[in-house]
Design a protein around this ligand. Structure first.
Ligand SMILES: *[C@@H]1O[C@H](CO)[C@@H](O)[C@H](O)[C@H]1NC(C)=O
Ligand SMILES: *[C@@H]1O[C@H](CO)[C@@H](O)[C@H](O)[C@H]1NC(C)=O
Ligand SMILES: *[C@@H]1O[C@H](CO)[C@@H](O)[C@H](O)[C@H]1NC(C)=O
Ligand SMILES: *[C@@H]1O[C@H](CO)[C@@H](O)[C@H](O)[C@H]1NC(C)=O
Length: 486
């Protein structure tokens, strides 16, 4: 404005008019966009415009998660014969994300009456294979290779047997590379679900390198990963359809891996909404059984494998420092830790307000979520969409998690849903203090908002609806074109 004194009146007027216009447009923008999205996602709420209008949507090129759509699922529009390839079928106690995804999804599909053939391995000798009450669920079990993969030649023979002697499969599904590209190529009615791809893992590698102790040698992790990405870009092309389990991975598959848009579909993971739901009473009982007084002002919960790459060294250090510097925090906060791993013993050293619970069965885990005020996931692994986050969401608990693109792009997309931090001790401490200051009232409010959104996106039903529709659309059957429209 100083320069106005030295310039012509006309110039000044123009400047003022321009800045007024700018402010008006800014105000209009804030108003019309409804909310300001601080984490840079472009998804809500304008994205629903296309869905709400009467325009027909071509599902195969639909850019958002299919979970946003509502598909009629009861009764199923058509029963399919589905082949699933999954490296391992989960037993009750030990299941990683990929296995739990396979279990939740395919039991839901079996329940709807689809004919399922699951090609998987038998795990350790002493393990009795679980039984399920569905006649339409068939397991084809084989011995794993030395490296623990499916024996490709063997499972392909089993598959071909089924496909030729009985009725042919409508659709083939593989969890990650369980069915390798050498067999999957040229199968048009096939979809692969990705639970972690190499490009995503580069972020984890960078974090790990930064966290290295100075006396440790650098690893060649990053260089090897770059080569892996290029390999993946080459062989991913051979799979006909790709399911990304987060919005971020959908973007990578299209942008970096150069897979055509009509072969990349985003279907976010879902968890069982009948198991994970708010229940105040059981939460309170859970706390009193542990002897935790109601006077505690904040109950923090963590669950999962208590290992280095899930960020537990960082969380341990952050809590230790805070306990040392602020006695009020130490006295008023309780931390519940579910799961096992090397850090369970270390957490115990932090004192009596750390409750190390060991691994919990599903029912116990549901009660655990109800007992806490906030769920913290300090993971350093940028791979897929962590189920624990979604379980906490459906239980109505706000989240605090690492600033990884799949998490900020699909789950904690706004500050109303929780808190995010960079994977450093300082950032983690800062956010822990912030959560503590916000207190139970703010957290409860966030919890209600987060559950409301979760019910629209992260239920097992939503996930199964979306996969069912995708399978109908890419199957060999008649009318398949109709199923590809919305
Ligand atoms: C397998 O189970 C049997 C009986 O349940 C038990 O006696 C045996 O020690 C187990 N073996 C291993 C290797 O765990
Ligand atoms: C399964 O059988 C059908 C019908 O014969 C055939 O068209 C299809 O190519 C077979 N699928 C595979 C993967 O071999
Ligand atoms: C680090 O690398 C050097 C040179 O390659 C080697 O001599 C040393 O043993 C390594 N140190 C550790 C801790 O691995
Ligand atoms: C702990 O932190 C809070 C909030 O920053 C502060 O008000 C309080 O004085 C601190 N207490 C101690 C004992 O340092």
């Amino acid at each position: 404005m100083v320069s106005c004194f030295h310039r012509s009146r006309g110039f000044c007027t123009a400047l003022v008019v321009l800045s007024v216009l700018y402010f008006v447009s800014l105000l209009y923008w804030f108003h019309s966009s409804g909310s300001i999205n601080i984490y840079g996602t472009r998804l809500e709420p304008g994205m629903l415009m296309g869905i709400e209008s009467n325009h027909e949507i071509d599902l195969l090129t639909f850019p958002l998660a299919w979970n946003h759509l509502s598909f009629p699922s009861n009764p199923p529009q058509k029963l399919l014969k589905i082949a699933l390839f999954v490296k391992k079928w989960p037993d009750m106690h030990h299941a990683g994300g990929l296995e739990r995804h396979a279990l939740t999804l395919h039991l839901a599909l079996a329940k709807r009456g689809h004919e399922l053939h699951i090609f998987t391995t038998s795990s350790s000798s002493n393990y009795s294979f679980p039984r399920y009450p569905f006649k339409n669920l068939h397991f084809h079990i084989s011995k794993p290779t030395v490296a623990g993969y499916l024996d490709q030649a063997l499972v392909w023979r089993q598959f071909q047997d089924q496909n030729t002697t009985q009725s042919p499969f409508d659709v083939v599904h593989t969890e990650s590379v369980s069915l390798m590209h050498t067999r999957a190529k040229n199968v048009p009615n096939l979809a692969v679900s990705w639970h972690g791809i190499a490009y995503e893992s580069i972020h984890s590698d960078i974090i790990q390198e930064l966290l290295h102790a100075p006396d440790e040698n650098q690893t060649n992790l990053l260089m090897a990963r770059g080569i892996k990405v290029v390999e993946e870009i080459k062989f991913f092309q051979r799979y006909s359809h790709h399911v990304a389990t987060s919005d971020h991975v959908g973007d990578i598959l299209k942008r970096i891996y150069m897979i055509p848009d009509n072969r990349v579909h985003v279907i976010l993971n879902g968890v069982d909404e009948d198991v994970f739901k708010p229940d105040y009473e059981t939460g309170q009982n859970f706390l009193s059984n542990l002897g935790i007084p109601v006077s505690k002002s904040l109950i923090i919960g963590m669950a999962g494998r208590l290992v280095k790459d899930k960020g537990h060294p960082l969380m341990f250090e952050a809590l230790k420092q805070i306990f040392n510097e602020n006695s009020t925090f130490k006295e008023t906060v309780a931390v519940l830790v579910a799961g096992d791993g090397p850090w369970s013993a270390r957490y115990k050293d932090l004192g009596p307000n750390l409750f190390v619970l060991g691994p919990l069965q599903t029912g116990q885990l549901a009660r655990f979520y109800n007992a806490i005020d906030i769920f913290v996931n300090p993971t350093l692994r940028a791979q897929g969409l962590d189920h624990t986050l979604l379980e906490a969401v459906l239980s109505g608990k706000p989240l605090m998690a690492t600033k990884l693109a799949s998490i900020t792009g699909s789950v904690i997309t706004r500050s109303e849903y929780g808190y995010i931090f960079s994977p450093t001790v300082d950032s983690l401490k800062k956010v822990l203090y912030e959560v503590w200051k916000d207190g139970k009232g703010v957290l409860e409010k966030k919890g209600r908002v987060v559950r409301e959104r979760g019910l629209k996106l992260f239920t097992a039903t939503k996930m199964a609806d979306a996969y069912e529709r995708l399978f109908l659309c890419i199957s060999n059957g008649e009318k398949k074109q109709d199923y590809c429209k919305y």
